[in-house]
Design a protein around this ligand. Structure first.
Ligand SMILES: Cc1cc2nc3c(=O)[nH]c(=O)nc-3n(C[C@H](O)[C@H](O)[C@H](O)COP(=O)(O)OP(=O)(O)OC[C@H]3O[C@@H](n4cnc5c(N)ncnc54)[C@H](O)[C@@H]3O)c2cc1C
Length: 315
């Protein structure tokens, strides 16, 4: 049994559900899990984490003061926090923030780094990462002082393993070199749910036809607490923002439910969503290629099927 660290992504004092798959991967065959949060109050996250085998949650801070806009300082503080509790392996979500922080930690410690992984074997010190738009998978052996691995959101099914949990604070004795400070963060789009971490995604393709028509998909996604995605054609046509694009040149997603509305089923689109647990296609052409790649297919006009589905969900 090893002691494994997991850097937790939080959202206004709650634990983002996408962390639970990462915690499940970290637990493996019974590893001891310490969760790190870059927040002031560790105790606030105990309830959200104890069901997933976390025995200790540590709020990491810096002696230099507020480091929320200083990613290099956060990375240095996390390295110090890991050393303090003798942890050499850290997993986190392969989100924008997770990838940024792990890369800084790897650079600072000359450690191996693997991002966007879909599996991990902590006993062997390896992880599995897809390449070439998901056509191949490589098993990577990481070297260096730390094992740093970011897991693709929703790639690993979460399972609960309740245990007793304690909370503590660790203030790292680190100082800022002043080279990098985040001045401003602007959210792209108005999505309430982050596409990469969503459990349900409703995606629109070319036939959506306009920005306004995306509202029918939004209504459907909202009814399930999900997010809205778009094909590249829909983005290139100006119907949706690039932040919503799913696929080889867009976001890689792995929700529990993916509903493709008016998508032909191109390989480039599937490169971004084929690891979805259940794929539903709505297409008015019964011979559309997407029907050979989905779990459930609905032959019909999306402008009739989607509002009917939303109405049924609202009931
Ligand atoms: C290098 C490269 C990278 C790419 N990267 C991406 C990427 O990241 N993401 C991506 O999506 N694409 C990507 N593409 C583009 C990709 O090849 C396809 O062109 C694109 O995915 C097709 O988008 P679509 O399914 O929305 O449109 P189409 O292929 O035009 O399909 C529309 C489908 O909607 C159906 N339909 C029409 N009207 C209705 C209706 N009223 N109701 C229901 N169904 C209807 C049609 O039968 C058709 O099957 C890339 C291409 C290249 C070359």
């Amino acid at each position: 049994m090893a002691r494994i660290g997991v850097l937790i992504e939080t959202n206004e004092k709650s634990v983002k559900p996408a962390n639970f798959g990462v915690l499940t991967a970290a637990r493996g065959e019974g590893n001891e899990i310490y969760a790190f949060v870059l927040e002031a109050d560790a105790a606030a996250f105990q309830d959200g984490l104890k069901a997933y085998g976390v025995s200790k949650v540590i709020a990491v801070g810096a002696s230099d003061g507020d480091f929320s806009k200083k990613p290099d300082l956060q990375a240095a503080a996390l390295v110090a926090a890991m050393k303090n509790v003798e942890i050499t392996a850290l997993l986190t979500l392969s989100s924008t923030r997770g990838k940024d922080l792990l890369a800084r930690m790897a650079a600072a410690t000359h450690s191996g780094l693997a991002l966007d992984c879909i599996g991990v074997d902590l006993d062997a010190g390896t992880c599995v990462k897809p390449y070439f738009a998901g056509k191949t998978e490589a098993t990577l052996k990481l070297s260096g002082d730390l094992f740093l691995c970011a897991i693709r959101p929703n790639a690993i099914e979460e399972t609960e393993a309740p245990c007793d949990i304690t909370a503590e604070t660790f203030t790292a004795d680190v100082t800022d070199d002043g080279k990098l400070v985040i001045k401003e963060v602007k959210a792209s789009g108005s999505a309430k749910v982050d596409l990469s971490e969503a459990n349900v995604i409703v995606t629109g393709g070319r036939p959506i036809g306009s920005k306004e028509n995306f509202s029918i998909l939004e209504e459907c996604a909202n009814a399930m607490g999900g997010a809205v995605g778009a094909s590249r054609v829909a983005v290139d046509s100006g119907f949706a923002s690039h932040a919503m694009q799913v696929g080889q040149t867009g976001k890689i997603v792995s929700p529990k439910l993916y509903i493709g509305c008016g998508l032909s089923g191109s390989v480039q689109h599937f490169a971004g969503m084929k690891t979805s647990k259940v794929i539903v296609a709505i297409n008015n052409d019964k011979d559309a290629p997407i029907f050979t790649k989905c779990d459930y297919g609905i032959v019909g006009d999306l402008f009739e099927v989607v509002p009917a589905l939303t109405a049924a969900l609202k009931k």
